[in-house]
Design a protein around this ligand. Structure first.
Ligand code: DAH
Length: 340
């Protein structure tokens, strides 16, 4: 290559060596390859030369242009690599840094209670049935011996979705669904939310948890029901707890009872928790009405059944000494984390 051209290339190489960023690279490359750069200056001179000189110099200028292009391109790649490497080293994950554990949540007290109850019954051979919160009028009322216009419907103010669909007012609907789908012997529990139009206060909520118990077999008696309830109440509230049974009325049971437990706080003497009565209301129960058995396809001459519905929220309040139901629903972490 011509000496002058070689010098240009040398000069470019020296300059490029010192470049560290793209901005400077662009500026320097313009000095050599730009419109007013060294190379185009030389090109302009070509027109004053003879044809032979043009050919020789022209070829050399092409070589120079290729070398310069390569020089700048290599530098550009070098800068890109450097940027990428720096980024990679900064974003590198250091797996040796100790982890800050995120705080664990705890189970909600009503869920703990539900789980305890499910375990209790499963151990005793009961089957757990899953129901749905949205239920038909038929399963919620009709098939439980509560026909339309029956005054007992007023015991349960209801969220209707349409004429035939409701947010279930109790888990008792699952009794019918179970009996329709299998013949006795039946030992089932079902648990979940129930809904009723209710003002929210310290002991009421429009959404509440229930546990339904159903046993259907030959020779099932009221004594079996009371024995079962006694067992579960002692399990939940302590061995010293006693059960009190009172006559009651539910359209789907005959006879019907309500059961109370001696107050776990005062043991029956009377205190603020039990409103000085010594007892806490816990559940409704009874012997499954023969009509309900028949409507579900079970022969009431051969089989008898008992059923019960336990309110879980009230039970949680009693068991955990929570005096206002709303506290259980307000997501106060300080309160909830006490239950493990
Ligand atoms: N379903 C009733 C309620 O929510 C409670 C109940 C009473 C359930 C008697 C039963 C029963 O299974 O036999 O008020």
């Amino acid at each position: 290559m011509d000496k002058q051209l070689q010098e240009i290339l040398n000069e470019a190489e020296v300059k490029v060596k010192q470049i560290k960023d793209k901005q400077t690279l662009i500026q320097v490359s313009a000095l050599f390859l730009g419109k007013n750069g060294a190379l185009s200056g030389l090109m302009k001179n070509l027109k004053n030369l003879s044809n032979e000189e043009k050919r020789v110099l022209g070829e050399q200028l092409n070589t120079l242009r290729d070398s310069l292009n390569k020089l700048f391109k290599d530098k550009e790649n070098e800068i890109d690599d450097a940027i990428l490497n720096e980024k990679l080293s900064k974003e590198k994950v250091d797996v040796t840094i100790p982890v800050t554990p995120s705080p664990y949540g705890t189970m909600h007290p009503i869920e703990i209670l539900k789980k305890d109850l499910i375990d209790y019954f499963i151990e005793r051979g009961f089957e757990l049935k899953d129901g749905t919160d949205i239920e038909t009028d038929y399963y919620c009322f009709e098939a439980l011996n509560v026909p339309k216009e029956h005054p007992a419907r007023e015991m349960q103010d209801t969220f209707y979705i349409d004429n035939e669909t409701v947010l279930r007012t109790h888990t008792s609907a699952m009794q019918v669904r179970t009996m329709e789908s299998q013949q006795p012997p039946i030992k089932m529990i079902s648990t979940g939310n129930a809904y009723r139009i209710d003002e929210v206060d310290a002991t009421h909520s429009p959404i509440f948890g229930q546990l339904e118990i159903l046993v259907v077999d030959k020779n099932v008696t009221l004594a079996d029901l009371i024995g079962t309830l006694e067992g579960v109440v002692k399990y939940l509230l302590g061995e010293k707890t006693e059960l009190r049974v009172r006559p009651s009325y539910f359209p789907f049971t005959e006879p019907s009872i309500e059961a109370d437990a001696t107050c776990p706080k005062c043991g029956g003497k009377g205190c603020a928790l039990c409103k000085e009565t010594g007892y806490i209301e816990l559940l409704g129960a009874g012997m499954v009405h023969p009509r309900v058995l028949e409507m579900s396809g079970i022969d009431s001459n051969i089989y008898k059944g008992f059923a019960a519905g336990i309110g879980l929220d009230r039970l949680a309040m009693i068991k955990y000494g929570v005096s206002d139901l709303r506290d259980l629903y307000e997501n106060d972490i300080n309160l909830l984390k006490q239950f493990k």
